[in-house]
Write a protein that binds this ligand. Structure first.
Ligand SMILES: [Zn+2]
Ligand SMILES: [Zn+2]
Length: 130
């Protein structure tokens, strides 16, 4: 029995939900994710894109050839990272209605990690992608 995953942006204009189980849950420390989120890293829950229902406006832009970023055009909240080729999308963990429901299982691109950030959770750390 799968529990629905729901979330949305800060202003409430954009909402999303999926009944899928997460494919993986990662914290990415790459420079693109730092820029895109404005935060020190990007933690996201990846689900199949075709399971996701989005209600409301989303702005999309390519942050690389591989990834499209999705945000609320009203409040600017980072919501999604969608793989351009492939049926997967990342949900920004800070946008989940239950942000503590999931935990990352690994860190990726720690070669770009901000120096002050000490990872003491014992999770696998990949210098680049997994
Ligand atoms: Zn918004
Ligand atoms: Zn990244």
């Amino acid at each position: 029995m799968t529990q629905t995953i729901t979330g949305g942006c800060l202003c409430g204009a954009c909402r999303y939900e999926t009944a899928a189980e997460p494919l993986n849950i990662r914290a990415c420390h790459c420079h693109l994710c730092q820029k895109a989120t404005g935060g020190p890293f990007y933690a996201r829950v990846q689900v199949p894109f075709d399971t996701l229902t989005i209600t409301g406006p989303v702005g999309w832009y390519p942050s690389s050839d591989a990834i499209l970023r999705g945000f609320c055009p009203n409040c600017g909240t980072t919501l999604f990272s969608r793989r351009a080729s492939g049926n997967v999308i990342g949900l920004a963990m800070g946008s989940l209605d239950e942000p503590d429901r999931f935990s990352p299982t690994e860190h990726i691109w720690v070669s770009s990690k901000q120096a002050w950030l000490v990872l003491a959770d014992g999770l696998p750390q990949h210098l680049e992608g997994p």
